[in-house]
Write a protein that binds this ligand. Structure first.
Ligand code: SF4
Ligand code: SF4
Length: 201
């Protein structure tokens, strides 16, 4: 019974004299190699050379800070629930008095980890987040030698104050419109003492 149309009948015939010299095979192989010398290269010299990326490319995550530098994440866990790869884990803690400039909400993520080996960069965590705290960026995740190095903690995920990351292109029109709505405390700036009414970010 023939199970596939791609099967080939194997020949057991004796090698001819020219075949036993391997010359035709070598010449054929070299001609293929030579023909590639004159073709356009299919590879780039990464990381010196980068391929153009699509505007919708989703790479390494960032946990955003607000304008005054407070972490936006409130450890609600919605990103972890939305994640189809179960790549996100976190542990929450309560903000103490005097930490208002560090954490935007009364609850914050003491530990926040993403397993980059599990992540499929679908962006569902970004969509699920009600605090605009997590975004995917166009940064390619670094290669590592050890598996545990792919577990990214807050040290790698939280945005650095000295290297802010622009995510405006990833914010949908709906989110931008939502931020303009009056009366929503959700996006009001904290000025160190109280919510700064009217000023949004
Ligand atoms: S991008 Fe997708 S797979 Fe990766 S952490 Fe977010 S929800 Fe999970
Ligand atoms: S990143 Fe957003 S969705 Fe995830 S725990 Fe923080 S606030 Fe919640």
């Amino acid at each position: 019974m023939k199970l596939t149309s791609r099967s080939k009948v194997v020949s057991n015939k004796e090698q001819s004299f020219s075949e036993s010299l391997y010359l035709p095979g070598i010449i054929k192989g070299m001609s293929i190699t030579l023909s590639h010398l004159f073709k356009r290269r299919a590879t780039v010299k990464y990381p010196d050379e980068l391929r153009p990326m699509a505007g919708v490319y989703r790479g390494q995550h960032v946990l955003k800070r607000d304008d005054i530098g407070a972490e936006r994440c409130t450890a609600c866990g919605l990103c972890a629930v939305a994640c189809p790869a179960e790549a996100i884990t976190m542990e929450s803690a309560e903000r103490k008095k005097g930490e208002e400039g560090m954490y935007r909400e009364e609850k914050y993520a003491r530990i926040y980890e993403i397993n980059m080996l599990r992540c499929i960069f679908c962006g569902l965590c970004e969509e699920a987040c009600p605090k605009e705290a997590i975004f995917l960026t166009d940064k390619i995740v670094d290669t590592e030698y050890e598996r545990e190095d792919f577990i990214y903690g807050k040290d790698k995920l939280v945005e650095k104050m000295t290297a802010r990351i622009d995510v405006t292109k990833r914010q949908t029109k709906e989110v931008i419109e939502f931020k303009k709505l009056p009366g929503l405390k959700h996006n009001e700036l904290f000025d160190g003492k109280s919510l700064n009414k009217g000023k949004k970010h």
